[in-house]
Design a protein around this ligand. Sequence first.
Ligand code: NAI
Length: 256
Amino acid sequence: TRKIAVSGSASGIGKALAELLREQGDEVIGVDLRDADVCADLSGPEGRALAVESVLRLSGGVLDGVVACAGVSGVTTLTVRVNHFGVVGLLEGLRPALAAAPAPRAAVVGSISGTQPVDPGVVAACLEGDEDTAVALSERAIERGEGRRLYPSSKSALAKWLRRESVTPQWAGAGIPLNAIAPGVVLTPMSAPLFEDEAMRKAMEAAVPMPLNGHATAEVIAEALAWLVSPANTHMTGQVIYVDGGAEATLRGPDV
Ligand code: NAI
């Protein structure tokens, strides 16, 4: 039995992934604010330490997979705290337990939003591992009325972190593939408010065109994540894979 830790396991993509992995016979250690095997708040260092410690205890110190799905959207400093530092803190804390497994795998959930305009200062602070500065700059962006850039900033920083770290001795050298699935619009509680308002729905559909089969269900994203953390994935690492109905190819075109 493979033991896989999944953050954000109480809702949406993380919940669908936890169910899929359990159906295929894996043991899942769910991490979330509530309704999880490990209840911890990944927005700050103390909650992250609690999450890492609890997962290590429940897994016996050896983990076959970690998938970081927990995330938040909106105009708030929580975007960098949860989507970037929460993910990085969990992965780095659990990396020794992954390194102790025979076929370890790690994956995160990025976003098509990571290709949208960012706050460069926030992204740079994230990549320097400087959470206080990233949060302070986020507050300033909100004051300037540019808070909408924070979610894209958090996802862009995470993608850059992943590309940088995946090929280091700590990850590739330890035999741990590290990849992201970047969805377009997924039908989950997070995106539900976007569908409640007609103007917001139209703006979203213009910003994230999905010519292949439209908006995805959480199960579609879970299937892709499950493959990334399966033993079959021996050689893919450092990749941000867009499972987005063609949004990224539409927006960026053939010349990336
Ligand atoms: P969701 O809101 O259904 O689930 C997110 C889960 O993360 C919730 O259970 C929540 O409690 C947990 N979480 C939030 N803050 C936390 C914290 N501080 N500590 C611990 N757990 C926390 O959202 P969804 O849609 O399943 O999102 C999952 C991931 O997918 C996120 O990283 C999101 O940014 C990403 N994503 C979602 C898209 C969508 O259209 N729904 C599109 C692209 C990316």
